[in-house]
Design a protein. Structure first.
Length: 675
């Protein structure tokens, strides 16, 4: 959430740390105001002026973490287990900072979730919003439009707090517009959690209501990051897809994980045990609404693309897709540069506030600073933000074939090295690169740092720190023996380069890093979610969208149009026919894994699909970083206790509710598996 919009200097946080945390003393200083606008202003005075109320609202918004804080707890803090708690990422860095890694090692629990414990903070935000709803009419200097706008933003902020709760913790306690009073008995504060379905419906309805009065797009560069109508409806689309998915929609996974989880007050299942196929149509409708949004008669959102130039490599003319190499985007890939189309929206190259793919994004200082954990030691980095071999093997060849079915034109080989350097789309592939990393799809080169990879670091003027060839063999400067700290090396043999610009550098004269956007919701997600929802339909359903009835079914044209746009933007051929349902779902799952690498989507995807245990039980693998060049290039399970001790437990579907809450609330139930 945009955090620099507050004109009034200082509104301190509530003195409690959760909606019920004041119960122990039965009183609470709900708002401690100090140095507010360099004046001592009493609480009631906030609501005498529209200026103060709006500042108070943006202060609530400013309580959210930097959404780019998906790695560690420094900078903007970490609010989610994130990539380090999935099969896409790994590191040896300290678990006090990289708390997602600590989470899957069992170091965090219901008594201590570190900075990942957002339960209390979200309810602080909710109460602050409810305070605005209860007092907004006290100010008399509003115009009707001004009040409507602030109410819409306030409703979005409150809904976004609930969104963060339900995706991480599951069923929430809905406060609606209620403000809890001070000095009441425990019976007054005690209440059970709401059922998952009820909470989901309420949160979506709040985003819907906010969307009616939010702007279609931000009006200036200074407003980049503020919520818009698209942000609200995009979050509805995400939530509707989650709600339709097997884990939360009476599927086998729902019964396996939640079949015995009932509310103690009435015995009702927290998670529905009855499948509702219509939810997929509702999810498809929610996505379609975002896809159809327009401003001045033109689509509001589309995939980010960059035009091809004379450095863009030619596309294969030997695929099954006749449109791939002959038609312009979005009907093919003939006129775009796939590498820049993907990479430039993450590395700061594209001006973030005009990127049409960002349904909602923000400038993330945290993300920019954490690129240091990927940079080689030889350029001042920490060299250990790892990507797993599972991800590497999922990237396709340049013509869209898998590594196990490579063609003669774009062969895959796990022996030998390149003998000639190659340049394409401004990317330099060294001579001497292992053949495993040759002929791969553009997203691979946009996202992955591998041994013998070239790092331009072009902002520094010092030759010793730029144009580096980085290797991760044990005895190399950036390998285990060369690192000044034994944890500062990529134990899988791969680092994340997705957010690294060729200009970025961490050391040397004039070294600097470009600002990085963190995409909270991308149009790419809307397209893949739409394809998934349609693919899951077994019947035809009519859904009303903004008063107009639309019909949704497993329509081949609609599914392929959405799915193929992502393929073409990636420089890969699309599908020419719709495979059977499970095959298509597997393709969508793979596409999401690659497309949203290190964007904090996989953590939630494998849970909602019911794939969590199967996916996470696959051992973490990488190259043999304990070997010299001669023995490096072979798949191994890294020699680390973190591999052995990494836990796969069904209780990890949801984060635990802080144990202190359960002690104070007799009607409250903990998440399954936690105490």
């Amino acid at each position: 959430m945009y955090m620099n919009y507050i004109n009034i200097k200082s509104i301190k946080r509530y003195a409690f740390s959760g909606i019920f945390f004041s119960i122990a003393l039965f009183s609470c200083d709900y708002l401690n105001i100090d140095n507010y606008a360099d004046e001592q202003i009493k609480f009631d005075s906030i609501f005498t002026s529209k200026r103060y109320i709006e500042a108070y609202m943006w202060d609530a918004a400013g309580s959210f973490n930097d959404e780019g804080g998906i790695f560690g707890s420094s900078q903007g803090g970490i609010y989610t287990p994130g990539p380090m708690a999935t099969d896409e990422a790994f590191c040896l860095f300290g678990t006090g900072e990289f708390q997602g890694m600590g989470y899957v090692l069992g170091e965090y629990n219901e008594t201590n979730m570190g900075q990942m414990d957002q339960w209390g903070k979200m309810y602080q935000i909710i109460r602050q919003c409810n305070t605005i709803f209860a007092n907004i009419n006290k100010a008399t200097d509003w115009t009707g439009n001004e009040k409507t706008r602030v109410l819409a933003y306030t409703r979005f902020v409150r809904a976004y707090a609930y969104y963060n709760l339900i995706v991480s913790y599951g069923p929430v306690v809905l406060m609606y517009d209620e403000l809890l009073q001070n000095n009441e008995t425990i019976e007054y504060y005690d209440r059970p959690r709401d059922l998952y379905d009820d909470a989901m419906e309420y949160i979506c309805s709040e985003f819907e209501e906010a969307a009616k009065f939010l702007p279609a797009k931000v009006q200036s560069v200074l407003d980049f990051g503020l919520p818009t109508k698209g942000a609200a409806l995009g979050l509805v689309a995400r939530l509707r897809l989650i709600h339709a998915s097997p884990m939360y929609n009476g599927g086998t996974a729902a019964r396996m994980y939640f079949g015995s989880w009932t509310r103690k007050t009435d015995g009702k299942h927290y998670i529905s045990q009855t499948y509702d196929p219509k939810r997929w149509a509702v999810a498809a409708a929610a996505c379609k609404r975002v896809m159809d949004m327009q401003v001045d008669g033109l689509p509001l959102y589309k995939l980010h693309t960059v035009e091809r130039d004379n450095t863009t490599p030619a596309l294969s003319d030997k695929t099954d897709d006749p449109n791939y190499a002959t038609q312009d985007f979005p009907n093919g890939a003939a006129n775009i540069d796939p590498l820049h189309s993907y990479h430039d929206m993450f590395n700061g190259e594209t001006v973030m506030n005009i990127n049409p793919e960002f349904v909602w994004a923000r400038n993330s200082a945290t993300l920019r600073e954490y690129t240091k954990h990927s940079f080689p030691v030889s350029n001042g980095g920490w060299n250990g933000m790892c990507v797993t071999q599972k991800i590497i093997d999922a990237y396709e060849m340049a013509d869209g074939r898998s590594i196990s079915d490579a063609s003669e034109d774009y062969p895959y080989d796990e022996t030998g090295f390149t003998t000639m350097a190659k340049d394409f789309s401004g990317y330099h592939l060294n001579a001497g690169v292992f053949n495993m990393y040759v002929n791969r799809e553009p997203r691979f080169y946009a996202s992955i740092g591998f041994s013998e990879c070239f790092w331009p670091n072009s902002s520094t003027s010092e030759s010793a720190h730029k144009n580096l060839t980085v290797t991760y063999y044990y005895d190399s400067p950036n390998g285990k023996s060369g690192a000044p700290n034994p944890n500062d090396h990529p134990i899988t043999g791969y680092v994340l380069k997705k957010y690294v610009n060729p200009m970025d550098a961490w050391t040397g004269t004039s070294a600097r890093r470009l600002d990085k956007p963190f995409p909270i919701i991308r149009y790419a997600e809307i397209l893949l979610s739409y394809a998934e929802a349609l693919n899951s339909l077994e019947s035809e359903y009519a859904i009303e969208i903004d008063g107009i009835s639309q019909t949704f079914s497993r329509n081949e044209e609609n599914i392929l149009n959405a799915y193929n746009q992502l393929r073409y933007r990636a420089g890969l051929p699309g599908l020419t026919y719709l495979p059977e349902r499970e095959t298509m779902l597997a393709k969508i799952k793979k596409e999401r894994m690659i497309e949203f690498l290190y964007e904090n989507r996989r953590y939630f995807d494998i849970r909602r699909w019911g794939d969590y245990e199967e996916s996470e039980n696959e051992p973490i693998r990488g190259m043999n970083t304990t070997g010299t060049k001669e023995s490096y290039y072979q798949r191994v399970i890294p020699s680390s206790n973190r591999i052995i001790n990494r836990q796969i437990n069904r209780k990890f579907i949801f984060l635990p509710i802080p144990k202190v809450e359960l002690k104070r609330l007799p009607s409250f139930d903990q998440n399954p598996g936690w105490e």
